[in-house]
Design a protein around this ligand. Structure first.
Ligand code: NAD
Length: 261
Protein backbone atom coordinates (compact mmCIF):
# COMPACT_ATOMS: atom_id res chain seq x y z
CA UNK A 1 0.00 0.00 0.00
CA UNK A 2 1.14 3.61 -0.64
CA UNK A 3 2.75 5.43 2.28
CA UNK A 4 0.88 8.63 1.43
CA UNK A 5 0.49 9.58 5.11
CA UNK A 6 3.99 8.65 6.32
CA UNK A 7 5.09 11.03 9.13
CA UNK A 8 1.55 12.47 9.39
CA UNK A 9 -0.10 12.62 12.81
CA UNK A 10 -3.83 11.97 12.83
CA UNK A 11 -6.44 11.89 15.63
CA UNK A 12 -9.62 9.85 15.08
CA UNK A 13 -12.41 10.26 17.63
CA UNK A 14 -14.87 7.39 18.21
CA UNK A 15 -12.41 4.84 16.82
CA UNK A 16 -13.39 1.81 18.92
CA UNK A 17 -15.66 0.33 16.24
CA UNK A 18 -17.46 0.95 12.94
CA UNK A 19 -16.35 3.71 10.58
CA UNK A 20 -13.88 5.26 13.07
CA UNK A 21 -12.02 1.96 13.48
CA UNK A 22 -11.80 1.58 9.71
CA UNK A 23 -10.54 5.16 9.30
CA UNK A 24 -7.80 4.50 11.90
CA UNK A 25 -6.80 1.28 10.10
CA UNK A 26 -6.78 3.06 6.75
CA UNK A 27 -4.48 5.90 7.83
CA UNK A 28 -2.12 3.54 9.68
CA UNK A 29 -1.93 1.29 6.62
CA UNK A 30 -0.75 4.32 4.63
CA UNK A 31 2.00 5.11 7.14
CA UNK A 32 0.37 7.61 9.54
CA UNK A 33 0.73 7.79 13.29
CA UNK A 34 -2.81 7.53 14.63
CA UNK A 35 -4.24 8.61 17.99
CA UNK A 36 -7.37 6.55 18.62
CA UNK A 37 -10.10 7.91 20.87
CA UNK A 38 -13.08 6.24 22.50
CA UNK A 39 -14.60 6.49 25.95
CA UNK A 40 -12.74 3.47 27.37
CA UNK A 41 -9.04 2.66 26.88
CA UNK A 42 -9.70 -1.13 27.28
CA UNK A 43 -11.96 -1.10 24.23
CA UNK A 44 -9.23 0.55 22.15
CA UNK A 45 -6.39 -1.84 23.01
CA UNK A 46 -7.33 -4.60 20.52
CA UNK A 47 -7.35 -1.97 17.75
CA UNK A 48 -3.99 -0.58 18.84
CA UNK A 49 -2.52 -4.09 18.52
CA UNK A 50 -4.06 -4.49 15.04
CA UNK A 51 -2.89 -1.16 13.57
CA UNK A 52 -0.07 -1.47 11.02
CA UNK A 53 3.12 0.12 12.39
CA UNK A 54 3.58 3.78 11.40
CA UNK A 55 6.46 4.97 9.20
CA UNK A 56 7.83 6.80 12.27
CA UNK A 57 6.92 7.15 15.96
CA UNK A 58 4.07 5.15 17.46
CA UNK A 59 0.29 5.17 17.72
CA UNK A 60 -1.55 6.48 20.80
CA UNK A 61 -4.66 5.65 22.80
CA UNK A 62 -6.39 8.83 24.01
CA UNK A 63 -9.49 7.80 25.94
CA UNK A 64 -12.22 10.27 26.88
CA UNK A 65 -15.84 11.24 26.37
CA UNK A 66 -16.17 13.69 23.49
CA UNK A 67 -19.28 15.25 25.03
CA UNK A 68 -17.39 16.39 28.16
CA UNK A 69 -15.27 19.55 27.95
CA UNK A 70 -12.56 18.44 30.41
CA UNK A 71 -12.22 15.08 28.63
CA UNK A 72 -11.89 16.69 25.19
CA UNK A 73 -9.32 19.19 26.46
CA UNK A 74 -7.30 16.38 28.07
CA UNK A 75 -7.56 14.13 24.97
CA UNK A 76 -6.37 16.99 22.75
CA UNK A 77 -3.50 17.80 25.16
CA UNK A 78 -2.43 14.13 25.34
CA UNK A 79 -2.50 13.92 21.55
CA UNK A 80 -0.58 17.15 20.92
CA UNK A 81 2.03 16.33 23.57
CA UNK A 82 2.28 12.61 22.74
CA UNK A 83 2.70 13.30 19.03
CA UNK A 84 4.46 16.66 19.36
CA UNK A 85 2.03 17.91 16.76
CA UNK A 86 -1.12 17.11 14.80
CA UNK A 87 -1.72 17.19 11.06
CA UNK A 88 -5.32 16.01 10.74
CA UNK A 89 -8.24 15.98 13.19
CA UNK A 90 -11.04 13.56 12.32
CA UNK A 91 -14.21 14.11 14.34
CA UNK A 92 -16.01 10.82 13.87
CA UNK A 93 -17.62 10.09 17.26
CA UNK A 94 -21.37 10.23 16.93
CA UNK A 95 -24.59 8.74 18.24
CA UNK A 96 -28.35 8.72 17.71
CA UNK A 97 -31.41 8.03 19.87
CA UNK A 98 -34.75 7.00 18.38
CA UNK A 99 -37.97 8.50 19.75
CA UNK A 100 -41.19 10.07 18.36
CA UNK A 101 -40.50 13.80 18.57
CA UNK A 102 -43.50 14.57 20.83
CA UNK A 103 -41.98 12.33 23.50
CA UNK A 104 -38.37 13.37 23.21
CA UNK A 105 -36.60 13.61 26.57
CA UNK A 106 -34.53 16.76 26.89
CA UNK A 107 -31.62 14.79 28.31
CA UNK A 108 -31.58 12.51 25.22
CA UNK A 109 -31.75 15.45 22.81
CA UNK A 110 -28.99 17.22 24.71
CA UNK A 111 -26.84 14.09 24.78
CA UNK A 112 -26.97 13.66 20.98
CA UNK A 113 -26.18 17.34 20.49
CA UNK A 114 -23.35 17.13 23.05
CA UNK A 115 -21.57 14.28 21.24
CA UNK A 116 -22.33 15.20 17.62
CA UNK A 117 -22.07 19.00 17.82
CA UNK A 118 -20.40 20.21 21.02
CA UNK A 119 -17.75 17.47 20.79
CA UNK A 120 -16.84 18.63 17.28
CA UNK A 121 -16.62 22.27 18.39
CA UNK A 122 -14.44 21.43 21.40
CA UNK A 123 -12.01 19.24 19.41
CA UNK A 124 -11.82 21.80 16.61
CA UNK A 125 -11.20 24.61 19.10
CA UNK A 126 -8.14 22.88 20.57
CA UNK A 127 -6.69 21.90 17.17
CA UNK A 128 -7.22 25.40 15.74
CA UNK A 129 -5.62 26.96 18.81
CA UNK A 130 -2.54 24.75 18.36
CA UNK A 131 -2.21 25.34 14.62
CA UNK A 132 -2.63 29.11 14.97
CA UNK A 133 -0.25 29.43 17.94
CA UNK A 134 2.44 27.58 15.94
CA UNK A 135 1.55 29.12 12.59
CA UNK A 136 0.94 25.70 11.06
CA UNK A 137 -1.45 24.49 8.36
CA UNK A 138 -4.19 22.11 9.49
CA UNK A 139 -6.98 19.87 8.34
CA UNK A 140 -10.28 18.99 10.03
CA UNK A 141 -12.68 16.36 8.69
CA UNK A 142 -16.03 15.79 10.39
CA UNK A 143 -18.12 12.67 9.90
CA UNK A 144 -21.55 14.10 9.13
CA UNK A 145 -24.43 12.14 7.54
CA UNK A 146 -26.90 12.25 4.67
CA UNK A 147 -29.21 13.45 7.45
CA UNK A 148 -27.39 16.76 7.22
CA UNK A 149 -29.78 17.11 4.25
CA UNK A 150 -32.43 14.35 4.40
CA UNK A 151 -34.90 14.71 7.31
CA UNK A 152 -34.90 11.77 9.74
CA UNK A 153 -38.25 11.39 11.55
CA UNK A 154 -37.95 9.90 15.06
CA UNK A 155 -34.33 11.10 15.22
CA UNK A 156 -34.80 14.83 15.79
CA UNK A 157 -31.55 15.33 17.71
CA UNK A 158 -29.57 13.45 15.07
CA UNK A 159 -31.04 15.48 12.17
CA UNK A 160 -30.48 18.74 14.06
CA UNK A 161 -26.92 17.77 14.97
CA UNK A 162 -25.84 16.80 11.46
CA UNK A 163 -27.48 19.94 10.04
CA UNK A 164 -25.38 21.91 12.51
CA UNK A 165 -22.23 20.05 11.44
CA UNK A 166 -22.74 21.29 7.86
CA UNK A 167 -22.67 24.92 8.96
CA UNK A 168 -19.88 24.41 11.50
CA UNK A 169 -17.70 23.09 8.68
CA UNK A 170 -18.58 26.00 6.38
CA UNK A 171 -18.05 28.61 9.08
CA UNK A 172 -14.70 27.26 10.27
CA UNK A 173 -13.55 26.79 6.67
CA UNK A 174 -14.21 30.45 5.91
CA UNK A 175 -12.68 31.68 9.15
CA UNK A 176 -9.41 29.71 8.73
CA UNK A 177 -8.97 29.39 4.93
CA UNK A 178 -6.38 32.19 4.88
CA UNK A 179 -4.18 30.19 7.26
CA UNK A 180 -4.22 27.07 5.06
CA UNK A 181 -6.41 25.24 7.55
CA UNK A 182 -9.01 23.23 5.63
CA UNK A 183 -12.31 22.04 7.13
CA UNK A 184 -14.60 19.56 5.35
CA UNK A 185 -17.16 16.87 6.10
CA UNK A 186 -17.86 13.40 4.75
CA UNK A 187 -21.57 12.53 4.76
CA UNK A 188 -22.14 8.78 4.71
CA UNK A 189 -25.38 7.19 3.55
CA UNK A 190 -26.41 3.80 5.00
CA UNK A 191 -23.21 2.03 6.03
CA UNK A 192 -22.91 -1.43 7.57
CA UNK A 193 -21.75 -0.67 11.15
CA UNK A 194 -22.99 -1.44 14.69
CA UNK A 195 -24.93 1.90 14.79
CA UNK A 196 -27.26 0.25 12.22
CA UNK A 197 -27.66 -3.16 13.89
CA UNK A 198 -31.45 -2.66 13.80
CA UNK A 199 -31.54 -3.21 10.02
CA UNK A 200 -28.14 -4.80 9.37
CA UNK A 201 -29.01 -7.86 11.50
CA UNK A 202 -32.55 -8.29 10.14
CA UNK A 203 -32.57 -9.74 6.57
CA UNK A 204 -36.01 -8.27 5.74
CA UNK A 205 -35.07 -4.75 6.91
CA UNK A 206 -31.65 -5.10 5.23
CA UNK A 207 -33.32 -5.87 1.88
CA UNK A 208 -35.74 -2.93 2.30
CA UNK A 209 -32.86 -0.58 3.09
CA UNK A 210 -30.80 -1.78 0.12
CA UNK A 211 -33.76 -1.40 -2.25
CA UNK A 212 -34.33 2.28 -1.55
CA UNK A 213 -30.71 3.23 -2.23
CA UNK A 214 -30.16 4.11 -5.92
CA UNK A 215 -27.03 1.87 -6.06
CA UNK A 216 -29.15 -0.90 -4.44
CA UNK A 217 -26.74 -1.68 -1.60
CA UNK A 218 -25.54 -0.18 1.64
CA UNK A 219 -22.01 1.19 1.78
CA UNK A 220 -18.97 -0.32 3.43
CA UNK A 221 -16.75 1.39 6.00
CA UNK A 222 -13.92 1.30 3.47
CA UNK A 223 -15.89 3.55 1.16
CA UNK A 224 -16.10 6.19 3.91
CA UNK A 225 -12.46 5.89 4.96
CA UNK A 226 -11.37 6.21 1.29
CA UNK A 227 -13.27 9.52 1.03
CA UNK A 228 -11.87 10.66 4.39
CA UNK A 229 -8.33 9.85 3.24
CA UNK A 230 -8.92 11.86 0.05
CA UNK A 231 -9.93 14.91 2.10
CA UNK A 232 -6.86 14.43 4.32
CA UNK A 233 -4.50 14.13 1.35
CA UNK A 234 -2.80 16.71 -0.84
CA UNK A 235 -5.02 15.54 -3.72
CA UNK A 236 -7.75 17.68 -2.10
CA UNK A 237 -5.48 20.64 -1.28
CA UNK A 238 -7.85 23.28 -2.78
CA UNK A 239 -11.07 21.89 -1.22
CA UNK A 240 -12.48 23.51 1.90
CA UNK A 241 -15.91 24.09 3.43
CA UNK A 242 -17.45 21.16 1.55
CA UNK A 243 -19.53 18.17 2.51
CA UNK A 244 -18.68 15.15 0.38
CA UNK A 245 -21.76 12.87 0.23
CA UNK A 246 -20.75 9.21 0.04
CA UNK A 247 -24.15 7.61 -0.19
CA UNK A 248 -24.72 5.47 -3.32
CA UNK A 249 -27.06 8.21 -4.59
CA UNK A 250 -29.29 8.43 -1.50
CA UNK A 251 -29.44 12.23 -1.63
CA UNK A 252 -30.62 12.19 -5.27
CA UNK A 253 -34.42 12.00 -4.60
CA UNK A 254 -34.46 8.26 -5.36
CA UNK A 255 -38.21 8.21 -6.12
CA UNK A 256 -37.50 10.20 -9.28
CA UNK A 257 -35.57 7.22 -10.64
CA UNK A 258 -38.91 6.25 -12.25
CA UNK A 259 -40.30 8.47 -14.95
CA UNK A 260 -43.48 9.85 -13.34
CA UNK A 261 -44.68 11.92 -16.34
P1 NAD B 1 -20.85 3.28 15.74
O1 NAD B 1 -21.92 3.39 16.75
O2 NAD B 1 -20.45 1.94 15.24
O3 NAD B 1 -19.54 4.03 16.24
C1 NAD B 1 -19.59 5.28 16.86
C2 NAD B 1 -18.29 5.49 17.57
O4 NAD B 1 -18.36 6.71 18.30
C3 NAD B 1 -18.00 4.38 18.55
O5 NAD B 1 -16.63 4.07 18.52
C4 NAD B 1 -18.40 5.01 19.88
O6 NAD B 1 -17.72 4.46 20.98
C5 NAD B 1 -18.00 6.44 19.63
N1 NAD B 1 -18.64 7.38 20.56
C6 NAD B 1 -19.96 7.55 20.78
N2 NAD B 1 -20.15 8.46 21.74
C7 NAD B 1 -18.91 8.88 22.12
C8 NAD B 1 -18.44 9.81 23.07
N3 NAD B 1 -19.29 10.51 23.85
N4 NAD B 1 -17.11 9.99 23.20
C9 NAD B 1 -16.24 9.29 22.44
N5 NAD B 1 -16.64 8.39 21.52
C10 NAD B 1 -17.95 8.19 21.37
O7 NAD B 1 -21.29 4.21 14.52
P2 NAD B 1 -20.66 4.48 13.07
O8 NAD B 1 -21.69 4.07 12.09
O9 NAD B 1 -19.28 3.96 12.95
O10 NAD B 1 -20.67 6.06 13.13
C11 NAD B 1 -19.52 6.88 13.08
C12 NAD B 1 -19.93 8.26 12.58
O11 NAD B 1 -20.50 8.13 11.27
C13 NAD B 1 -21.00 8.94 13.44
O12 NAD B 1 -20.71 10.32 13.55
C14 NAD B 1 -22.26 8.72 12.64
O13 NAD B 1 -23.22 9.72 12.87
C15 NAD B 1 -21.73 8.79 11.22
N6 NAD B 1 -22.62 8.14 10.24
C16 NAD B 1 -22.80 6.79 10.21
C17 NAD B 1 -23.65 6.25 9.26
C18 NAD B 1 -23.90 4.77 9.14
O14 NAD B 1 -24.76 4.38 8.34
N7 NAD B 1 -23.21 3.92 9.87
C19 NAD B 1 -24.33 7.06 8.37
C20 NAD B 1 -24.13 8.44 8.44
C21 NAD B 1 -23.27 8.96 9.38
Amino acid sequence: KSQRFAHKKILVTGASQGIGEDIAMHFASEGAQVAINGRKAEKLRPLLDKLPKPASGSHLIVAGDMSVEEDVDRVMKETLEGFEGLDVLICNAGMQIECPSEDIALKDFNMVMAVNVTGVVLCARAALKYWRANDLPGNIIVNSSVHQQIPKPHYLGYSASKGAVGNIVRTLALEYARYNIRVNAVAPGAIVTPINDAWVKDPVKYEATAKHIPMKRPGECREISDATAFLASKESSYITGQTLFVDGGLTLYADFEQNWS
